[in-house]
Ligand binder design. Sequence first.
Ligand SMILES: *[C@@H]1O[C@H](CO)[C@@H](O)[C@H](O)[C@H]1NC(C)=O
Ligand SMILES: *[C@@H]1O[C@H](CO)[C@@H](O)[C@H](O)[C@H]1NC(C)=O
Ligand SMILES: *[C@@H]1O[C@H](CO)[C@@H](O)[C@H](O)[C@H]1NC(C)=O
Ligand SMILES: *[C@@H]1O[C@H](CO)[C@@H](O)[C@H](O)[C@H]1NC(C)=O
Ligand SMILES: *[C@@H]1O[C@H](CO)[C@@H](O)[C@H](O)[C@H]1NC(C)=O
Ligand SMILES: *[C@@H]1O[C@H](CO)[C@@H](O)[C@H](O)[C@H]1NC(C)=O
Ligand SMILES: *[C@@H]1O[C@H](CO)[C@@H](O)[C@H](O)[C@H]1NC(C)=O
Ligand SMILES: *[C@@H]1O[C@H](CO)[C@@H](O)[C@H](O)[C@H]1NC(C)=O
Ligand SMILES: *[C@@H]1O[C@H](CO)[C@@H](O)[C@H](O)[C@H]1NC(C)=O
Length: 709
Amino acid sequence: MAAVEEEAGLAGFLLRGILLFAVAGGSVWCNSVERKIYIPLNRTATCVRLLNATHQIGCQSSMNGDTGVIHVVEEEADLKWVLEEGPHAPYVVLLDGELFTGELMQRLKGSSRISGLAVAIAKPIPSKGFSPGLKCPNDGFGVYNGSYGPEFAHCNVTAWNLLGSGLSYQDFGFPIFLLQDQKETEVIKEYYKKHNRPEGGLPPEYPLCAMQLSSHMHAVTSTVTCMRRSAIQSTFSLNPEVVCDPLTDFNVWSSVKPINGSEKPPPDSVVMAAARIDSHSFFWNVAPGAESAVGSFVALLAAAEAIHKAPEAQALPRNILFAFFQGETFDYIGSSRMVYDMQNGKFPINLDNIHSFLEISQVALRNGSDLWMHTDPVSQRNHSLQSAVQAMVGTLKNASGSTSLSLREIGLTQPLPPSSFQRFLRGRPIPGVVLADHQTTFHNRYFQSIYDTAENIRLQYPEGLTPEEELNHVTDLAKSLAEVSTVVARALFLLAGGSNDSALAVEADPETVTRLLYGFLVKANNSWFQAIVKPEVQPYLGDDPLQYYIAVSSPVNTTLVVQAVLVNLTGTRMNESITKEQCQNLGRGAQADLYEYYWAQGPLSSSNASSSSSSSGKRSPWCVRSGVALSVASSPAFELEDWASQEFSTWTESRWKELHARIFLVASKQLEMVTLSVGILILLLSFGATYFINAKADLLFGDAGGVAY
Ligand SMILES: *[C@@H]1O[C@H](CO)[C@@H](O)[C@H](O)[C@H]1NC(C)=O
Ligand SMILES: *[C@@H]1O[C@H](CO)[C@@H](O)[C@H](O)[C@H]1NC(C)=O
Ligand SMILES: *[C@@H]1O[C@H](CO)[C@@H](O)[C@H](O)[C@H]1NC(C)=O
Ligand SMILES: *[C@@H]1O[C@H](CO)[C@@H](O)[C@H](O)[C@H]1NC(C)=O
Ligand SMILES: *[C@@H]1O[C@H](CO)[C@@H](O)[C@H](O)[C@H]1NC(C)=O
Ligand SMILES: *[C@@H]1O[C@H](CO)[C@@H](O)[C@H](O)[C@H]1NC(C)=O
Ligand SMILES: *[C@@H]1O[C@H](CO)[C@@H](O)[C@H](O)[C@H]1NC(C)=O
Ligand SMILES: *[C@@H]1O[C@H](CO)[C@@H](O)[C@H](O)[C@H]1NC(C)=O
Ligand SMILES: *[C@@H]1O[C@H](CO)[C@@H](O)[C@H](O)[C@H]1NC(C)=O
């Protein structure tokens, strides 16, 4: 009997083999069908999941992506079909950018008939403004709280970002994609018109056009949950499965006079000048940040150049430190880390060295000549600090004397706007001023959104210029920002102890400002940026505008480019005959405590034609000595493994396997049912056949069994 069973097993095995073949053949067939009917969407951005100590925000799809019949919503009335009438739920809504608002999203969020959302980017930018950020950005992580100016906490006095809908900070249960290319949106709309559009209130006939959105996220609940899981896994497993990563990058900083990092305690008194270099939007890695970041740090870069060019700069009684903070959008990652490092002796200077603090906040959208000086009312309750702040305010006014800007004071009834300076105030009362184009609510109507672009700050070029001509064309915006830079540079010069006469000679260069604006907002892959970066950084220069999201794989493009620019604007070129190796060795030599050495790849040589036909061309590189350095911009919460921290940023980004969107035609439900039934029938038949063969095995294979013995 045992033998017989064996034989039957063999027959079953053969049968299963045949079935397997059939199934495999079927899936090959399916794949070829897939190739014919799926149309991938190539220019999309995705809303992903971010987590903090207590919440998850953002979006995700189910494991294999979410699918729905496409319905185009061009006005609010079109929603009725999706939410109530249409018989083909679930739907993927293709929403016109103008309609992507907080109220409409609340309606979609509450419906089980929605499986996903594709937002078509609005062109021109929506006139009524759009900000998915919070009305009170970074609330709870600045200086104001229950014990420090409680009357100013939670933006009680001023809602800085009045248009903020908070969309970026909500949790959506369905995937949301941005369609960045109008041509692709048109393709989808064509399909919709052909197949899906209800005619005269009647539902359309199959086949229908559907969209599949895949953005499954691995991390859930909160940073505490996902970091704890990673930590446990890494103690027990060689290949820990990480599901989320802290938002991390680098701050860029430099000082006018070199600071010897090994010397303790540091001797200098330092004037700090700061700006942020990051922003955010609802979608991953889309953060144009023109007004919220670029205008500010470009103004500070140009001010740094102006000071370094002044002959007296090295002889100033106080040093000046320029800081460009990363990750400020996410509860002040960069500045909180620098303060933490200063307090723990891990930064070349400490908090007590800081004489005064000048921050450039949003400054590119000025109303006429007004620039507002924001100060902290709480620390000014101490008279000695108040007189220091007032002296600073006087210095700034003095510095603006011969320019067309008028620097305006704000009374003691209003707190500081969201600013890196607040993190320094948390550490120690320091006299400081935050410069901004707004007195109360932001002038920026697109704060932390996809529309905070060059268009928002009215960066315009005449028609018909080549990229090279645009790079060097001095725009009105550049002239107006250069004035801010000049005031900032002169004020810093005076604060550092410079004389009135020599301060007057300090002037920012509008040509530098215009090239910076072009490089950071229009095209990073321009001849100037190409010349000043290291060869390794060249691939980071794309033809599209740079994005200012901090991300988790550091350093990001922006950090590297800001570093290269600061090196170029504040550094000193070394002797032409120095080679790359010598340049690197200098960085390890006797003056390594004081300077950094940067190998710039240089411009394309003009005598290019004679060299080989290689397309990369020949460059004439050089070595630059500067005081520019990077410092870690990672929240101390992760250093301390305090993932529930209330004091430091706890933002992490979930990991995912894939992000993609595609459209395809679906056959009718009946046809799908037929396909399914046939499948089930075949399955049942094969069970039957197996049973039959098993049962009659002794008959079928009986003889063979006999022979075997
Ligand atoms: C985490 O983010 C959510 C959404 O913005 C917010 O309500 C919550 O207060 C944050 N938690 C902490 C600890 O900051
Ligand atoms: C995306 O690219 C693929 C391959 O180049 C192309 O077949 C497809 O049509 C593109 N998608 C759209 C929506 O244009
Ligand atoms: C920096 O300071 C350290 C400690 O005081 C000293 O040994 C070193 O020579 C200094 N470096 C330079 C370049 O002055
Ligand atoms: C005011 O600030 C100064 C310097 O920071 C400090 O020495 C002094 O004790 C403070 N005065 C009061 C009343 O807190
Ligand atoms: C610099 O100019 C300001 C304003 O004109 C004046 O108050 C101050 O005394 C001057 N300082 C010096 C050292 O001349
Ligand atoms: C940048 O421009 C150069 C030509 O100027 C080109 O060779 C290179 O491919 C471009 N890089 C990117 C990332 O587009
Ligand atoms: C940033 O750098 C990456 C990696 O080199 C590159 O692929 C990407 O195009 C760059 N992004 C932008 C916006 O320039
Ligand atoms: C900065 O870049 C310009 C233009 O590429 C170059 O002429 C200049 O020498 C550079 N300066 C430094 C200090 O690298
Ligand atoms: C550069 O270095 C070469 C060789 O070391 C030397 O002859 C030349 O004088 C140096 N040039 C300058 C400007 O220092």
